[in-house]
Design a protein around this ligand. Structure first.
Ligand code: C5P
Length: 228
């Protein structure tokens, strides 16, 4: 079975408080997304890496992507939400994929993806019926807030996991799931809404999503201190 990666990179990054979409912020002197794409393109488990950019993306063509050769394919078809961007991407690669191909959807904003993250996910799921996601057990105690920032309830953290990406599902199943559940923040919830139960594959917290300015510093530190 073949595995393809699909990277939604059509967000505006409003929580970063910067003009530049976060996928293009500088990380160790390179656009953040270059680290993400390099990790995926370097994996022998992945045939090709599709990156979904916004239709009006002005930045992509200012950079040189030739080092990735034809393993990297840009698609200018981003949508209003992450789920729309993924679905548009899936639709536009229909002719190049088979029903049973695996799609690894990975956030552009997770530049610290390591080879062992991809290996663990693919190894665990390649023979699975449904697929699954990388995730880490929740470390903090969680509080449910009421309308005035008082604690309404404490959510026991036992059995709770933080979802990461890649999220790995079969091409046709994922497309069908996203077509019927548009308002989801990840692929797994669309699959869950079809009554299926994706697997949790334990990753680690270094695969962080760059959301706030501090995350950029953490990501640089992680990349600089990684062995190998
Ligand atoms: O905003 P958030 O951190 O959840 O975005 C996760 C990923 O989804 C980012 O890589 C972002 O570029 C992408 N995205 C997208 N299209 C949108 C919104 C977000 O591809 N409309």
């Amino acid at each position: 079975t073949r595995c393809f990666a699909l990277v939604p990179a059509a967000g505006s990054g409003s929580r970063m408080g910067s003009e530049q979409p976060k996928q293009y912020l500088s990380l160790l002197g390179q656009p953040l997304i270059r680290h993400t794409l390099a990790a995926l393109c370097a994996s022998t488990r992945i045939e090709r890496v599709y990156v979904v950019l916004s239709v009006g993306d002005q930045e992509w063509d200012r950079h040189d992507w030739t080092e990735f050769g034809d393993r990297l394919v840009p698609l200018f078809c981003g949508g209003a939400s992450r789920a729309d961007s993924v679905l548009n991407g899936l639709r536009s690669i229909a002719d190049d994929t088979a029903e049973s191909d695996w799609i690894l959807v990975h956030d552009a904003a997770r530049p610290c993806l390591a080879p062992w993250h991809i290996d663990a996910l693919v190894r665990e799921l390649i023979h699975d019926e449904v697929g699954g996601i990388l995730a880490v057990p929740v470390a903090d105690t969680l509080k449910q807030a009421d309308g005035s920032h008082h604690i309404a309830a404490t959510v026991p953290r036992e059995g709770l996991w933080q979802a990461q990406t890649p999220q790995m599902f079969r091409y046709v199943m994922l497309k069908r799931a996203l077509e019927s559940a548009r308002h989801v923040t990840d692929e797994a919830s669309a699959i869950e809404a079809m009554g299926l139960r994706p697997r949790l594959v334990r990753g680690d917290p270094t695969n962080l999503k760059v959301t706030y300015p501090l995350d950029l510093h953490l990501a640089e530190w992680i990349l600089q201190h990684r062995e190998g």
